[in-house]
Design a protein around this ligand. Structure first.
Ligand SMILES: [Zn+2]
Length: 287
């Protein structure tokens, strides 16, 4: 046999890639701020705050209520409100389909949960927005649920907390979504007249029509560290005023420094902060 002919059997091909790889996919996450690789469970048990650098990741609406309300116990209100798609809107896909997909994926009727529970032992009404539901946008259902929550606060004299996380008004409902700004603001004015305290918590991101209505109408407006808060996006503003915007523009810390917010509060301190703020408010006016 010629010397250059391969006599031995070829090396056996190794096991397919999928078999060799240990299943780690989805268990780890890279922190977008400090680039540390964090075990997802560590992140979750820390209420989605990076254990290395304190970067605040987004928290979903249900976990937010668990964080704020005693023993994670709360009763949801108005679960049966669904958008009727008043404009029969279609963009890259029909709005009806978009709604159905989000409802099935998240098990929510729309982008907000309104609930009642106890915060530091005190009964409260608490609303929590869900960004994963069409960008946390406010259409007729979000507007109506918030309004009903405010009205319940007013009639039962319960303090109110609204946690915002939203891209703004919902384009697919056009003017109907913009009308919510006025409706919610009017309900908040009545809450104010009744001397019931309302604390607005702005989380990353809170923009557009939500900033322009209830998110900025709290007796206290407080934000989480690093949250993006604004009305129009930076590019639109730069083009309008023809000036370069300063560093950190539209971040919570910048807004606090310029008087648009009352405090920036770390997520782990949020519940305690709200509880003592209610103590303060309610000691001023006997409810
Ligand atoms: Zn980090």
């Amino acid at each position: 046999m010629a010397w250059f002919k391969r006599v031995k059997k070829p090396i056996e091909s190794p096991a397919p890639v999928e078999e060799r790889r240990v299943r780690t996919e989805g268990l780890w996450i890279k922190c977008e701020a400090c680039r540390a690789i964090i075990w997802k469970k560590d992140l979750e048990s820390n209420w989605n705050v990076c254990p290395k650098c304190d970067h605040h990741f987004r928290l979903d609406a249900k976990r937010r209520l668990d964080l704020l309300l005693d023993n994670g116990e709360w009763a949801e209100h108005d679960t049966a409100l669904f958008s009727s798609d008043p404009l029969e809107f279609v963009d890259t896909k029909p709005y009806k389909k978009r709604l159905k997909d989000a409802q099935e994926k998240l098990g929510m009727s729309d982008a907000i949960l309104t609930a009642e529970g106890r915060l530091g032992g005190r009964p409260v009404i608490c609303c929590s927005m869900e960004f994963s539901f069409i960008g946390g946008s406010m259409g007729a259902v979000v507007g109506e649920k918030v309004t009903r929550a405010i009205e319940m606060s007013t009639s039962r004299r319960l303090p109110l907390v609204i946690v915002s996380c939203s891209g703004g008004a919902r384009m697919m409902e056009g003017a109907v979504s913009l009308m919510q700004l006025a409706k919610v603001s009017a309900a908040l004015a009545r809450l104010d007249e009744a001397l019931i305290p309302f604390i607005s918590v702005l989380t990353d991101p809170t923009t557009g029509g939500v900033t322009a209505s209830y998110a900025m109408l709290g007796d206290l407006n407080i934000a989480e560290p690093g949250a993006l808060i604004g009305f129009a996006g930076p590019r639109v503003i730069e083009q309008t005023i023809r000036q370069k915007l300063p560093e950190g523009f539209q971040r919570a810390e910048f807004l606090l420094e310029h008087g648009f917010l009352d405090a920036v509060v770390h997520r782990k301190d949020l519940k305690g902060y709200i509880a003592s703020a209610f103590d303060f408010f309610l000691s001023q006016h006997e409810l």
